[in-house]
Ligand binder design. Sequence first.
Ligand code: TTP
Ligand code: MN
Ligand code: MN
Ligand code: MN
Length: 371
Amino acid sequence: LPMMHVLDISWFTACMREGRPVAVETRHLIQDAFEVLAEFYEFNEVEGPCLAFRRAASVLKSLAWSVRRLGATEGLPCLGERSKSVMEEILQSGRSFEVEKILSDERYQTLKLFTSVFGVGPKTAEKWYRRGLRSFSDILAEPSIHLNRMQQSGFRHYGDISRAVSRAEARALGNIIDEAVRAITADGAAALTGGFRRGKEFGHDVDFIVTTPEVGREDRLLTDIIESLKQQGILLYCDYQASTFDQSKLPSHKFEAMDHFAKCFLILRLDCSRVDGGLNSVEGDSRGWRAVRVDLVSPPVDRYAFTLLGWTGSRQFERDLRRFARSERRMLLDNHALYDKTKDSDDSARPVRLISNAWGREARRSERDKG
Ligand code: TTP
Ligand code: MN
Ligand code: MN
Ligand code: MN
C-alpha cells in the first residue's frame, strides 16, 4: 500500500500483513489460538479481550520471522499478558489448554456453526442455542422459527457461499459488474476492492465500488445495476440499502464503523462458462454454476478515495489506520472523509475535497485506460 509512506506508519506492523511469504507452524498455531479466543469473547459479547486477541493475531500475522521463544516477541506491540501466556504455553507444549477447552465446548461449536450461515449473527445464534437447537436440521425442523429472507438464502446457498471465492471467479464477476455499469452509463466504472484488492487469492465474497462522474447519480446507478442483474437472471438475493449520506453533515465528529453510502449485499449466480479454469467447486462444475456473495457500494465520486480506502480493508488495518489518524495526526478518518481537527473545519475540508476529486478523476482515467 503506497499510502503507508504518505502517512509514515511503517512502525505499525499490522499494516504490513499481506503478501509476506512466511509459513511457520508454531506461529500459525498461536495465531489460530488467538482467533479462537477472540471469537469466544465475541460470542460472549465481551469486546475488550475480543479486540485484544484480534489485534494480537494480526501482529503475529505480520511477522516475517518464526516465533520460537517468548523473549523474541518482547518489542512487539499489542501483545498483552494473556496473549503472552497463551503463546508461552503453545511454545512449550504445542497446545493451549484454554483454547482446547473452548474448541470442545458445545456452546462454542454450536454458535460457530450457526453464525457461519449468511444472515445469522451471534445474537440469533445464541437465541437458537438457548432454545436447545444444535444443528441445521434442528433449526429447519423447528416450526416456530421464522427465518428472514437473508437467512433463508443463507441456508439455501450454504454450500456455495461457505466455499472460498477464487481470484478467477472474482475476475469473472468483475466483468459482469463492469458490463452492467457500462451498459447504464458509458463513463461509469467498477473497481475491485476488499480482500482481492489486497492481493488475496481467495475471499468469502467479492467487493466492488461502482462510480459515475455525475455526483448525485450514484443511488440510481446501483438500483439500475441490480435491475440489470435481475434481467440477466443471475440475481439470487439482494439486500439494497439506499444512501443516508448527507454532505452537509461532514465532517462527522464521531467514529462511524459503517458508512452511509448506497450499497447492496448480493448473492449472484456465476456461470461456469464465464470463469477461466472453471469454478472453485466440484459440485458447481457439474451443475454449471455456483452462488457467490457480492457487495457493491456506490459513493458520490468526490468521496471515492475515502470509500476505496475504507473498503479495501482489512478491518484490522482500517481500525489501526483510524486510530493512527486520531492519536498521531489529530485527524478523523472514516469512509466519508479525512478531517483535520487542528484546523478550522472549513479550511481543512477544502484540500481534502481537492485530493478526493483528483483521486476520483484518476480512478476514472485508469478504469477508462483499462477499457
Ligand atoms: P469484507 O468483504 O467483509 O472483508 P474482506 O474483503 O477484507 O475479506 P473477505 O475475503 O473475507 O471478504 O469487507 C471489506 C471491507 O469493506 C472491510 O474493510 C470493511 C469494509 N466495509 C465498510 O467499510 N462498510 C460496509 O458497510 C461493509 C459491509 C464493509
Ligand atoms: Mn470481501
Ligand atoms: Mn469477511
Ligand atoms: Mn464484503
